[in-house]
Design a protein around this ligand. Structure first.
Ligand SMILES: Cc1ncc(COP(=O)(O)O)c(C=O)c1O
Length: 426
């Protein structure tokens, strides 16, 4: 077909409209009204409607929210709009209100929130900023994600700090005892995951912080899986630092995160990565002698420069999306799905080794397991071929599998996984 200027404009604008406009059902999913409902955790009709808010393909079971939480259309549209504000009208900024919104969401003050791009950023800021010297001991678990292992291992390599580890126990009280037994006069830091990525068990963060506080330790919590899975109140938890992301359980844009640094800890946690926004605007390079002024009077001291208005507008939208349903209701629903998963796995008998505790306070929506006599990597591959996406856990020699479910999941999808396990065990 010969393309003249008029037909080119007609076709390219039609393509543009097609890509910008959503299908009818999708468009209705962009408004949040239908989510404001007092639905119970087992109201399958309500939760089926929630699924319509996500662009997730229907022909596969995505049971891997622990790696990445798909965003709903509402968030995707907010990202587009945030980008268009800059790209159409040259507007700069747009992330200034996010600190307050995030702070309210996690029970902190807006001056305690630094914007980051992922959990790893926050962990590095925390790890590097602590005044540690050779021989100082840091307590971690044997279940770390590379993101909370490698920064500390790097400081061990570069600065001679000493890493001590414990394995999370089947009960919260035993876990606390294991941590307490590692503390000695050289211990300086607890750097512990709130919910380890391996088996998704919820560690007793508040009690761990109390223990650390009583012993005068610096307390860092790797909160990759906290916000969006559990209602949080970081002030009450009483950690010094909590690093997280918005792209897992908050279902926000990928490459967004935050670091909480308690206000009165900001004098202790040194900042090394500074730029626009991390200063108090008192420096002037033309003035002799050249003086720095001071750091920003907030956690903004830990980052600087231009941020992505589109992505951070998307984070605001993800909080609005969560709050339309209600954080407590989300927690109840996903805990219900986690229990359903546990029950189905346990019903398969002794070929299944459930690794996540069944203790009420230690479980939510992530479960780790092994299938006796079946190679974990081979099973992962088979499940993926059957369009069931879970995660392998090769870390720390655990050689196991992980299933993690969020609000867009249905019980039938967990059943599909169980069917695949049944096939594997024969
Ligand atoms: C417990 C834990 N910590 C840290 C990370 C690293 O997160 P990010 O990729 O956002 O830096 C993850 C990611 O899965 C995690 O599960």
């Amino acid at each position: 077909m010969k393309t003249n200027r008029r037909s080119f404009i007609k076709h390219s604008s039609a393509a543009l409209m097609g890509s910008l406009l959503l299908q009818n059902e999708e468009a209705s999913a962009v408004t949040l009204d239908s989510l404001k409902n007092n639905a119970a955790a087992d109201d399958e009709a309500f939760w089926k409607n929630v699924r319509k808010h996500f662009p997730l393909a229907n022909d596969f079971a995505y049971l891997n929210n622990g790696t990445m939480g798909p965003s709903p259309y509402y968030v995707i549209e907010a990202v587009k709009k945030g980008m268009m504000d800059g790209d159409q009208f040259g507007n700069y900024g747009g992330w200034e209100n996010l600190h307050a919104k995030l702070a309210a969401f996690v029970g902190a003050d807006e001056k305690e929130i630094a914007l980051t791009h992922n959990v790893t950023d926050g962990i590095n800021i925390a790890c590097w900023g602590l005044p540690l010297k050779k021989g100082d001991e840091v307590i971690l678990t044997t279940h770390e994600h590379v993101g909370n292992a490698f920064p500390w291992l790097n400081r061990q390599h570069l600065h001679g700090i000493v890493i001590r580890t414990f394995t999370p126990a089947p009960t919260a009280s035993e876990t606390l005892e294991r941590i307490a037994s590692l503390i000695n006069k050289k211990t300086r830091v607890l750097a512990i995951p709130h919910i380890p990525c391996t088996q998704g068990q919820i560690l007793p963060a508040k009690e761990i912080c109390k223990l650390g506080r009583d012993k005068g330790l610096f307390i860092f919590i790797d909160g990759a899986h906290g916000p969006g899975m559990l209602p949080l109140n970081l002030k009450e938890m009483d950690c010094d630092m909590y690093a997280s992301c918005c792209h897992k359980w908050m279902m926000g844009p990928k490459g967004t995160g935050f670091l909480y640094v308690k206000k009165d800890f900001q004098q202790t946690l040194q900042t090394y990565f500074v730029g626009g926004g991390s200063d108090n605007a008192k420096w002037n390079m033309a003035k002799i002698p050249v003086e720095m002024g001071d750091y920003a009077d907030s956690a903004h001291r830990y980052y600087g420069g231009t941020q992505s208005s589109g992505l951070y507008k998307g984070v605001e939208a993800s909080i609005e999306f969560i709050e339309s349903i209600g954080m407590t209701r989300i927690h109840e629903r996903i805990k219900y799905l986690g229990k359903y998963t546990q029950d189905q796995l346990l019903a398969l008998g002794d070929r299944i080794e459930l690794l996540t505790p069944t203790e009420e306070q230690s479980r939510c929506s992530v479960n780790g397991f092994r299938i006796k006599g079946v190679d974990y990597a081979a099973f992962y591959k088979k499940a993926a071929e059957a369009k069931v996406r879970i995660r392998m856990v090769p870390e720390n020699g655990l050689n196991s599998l992980r299933v993690s479910t969020h609000i867009y999941n249905r019980k039938e999808e967990i059943d599909l996984l169980i069917d695949e396990i049944k096939k594997a065990i024969g």
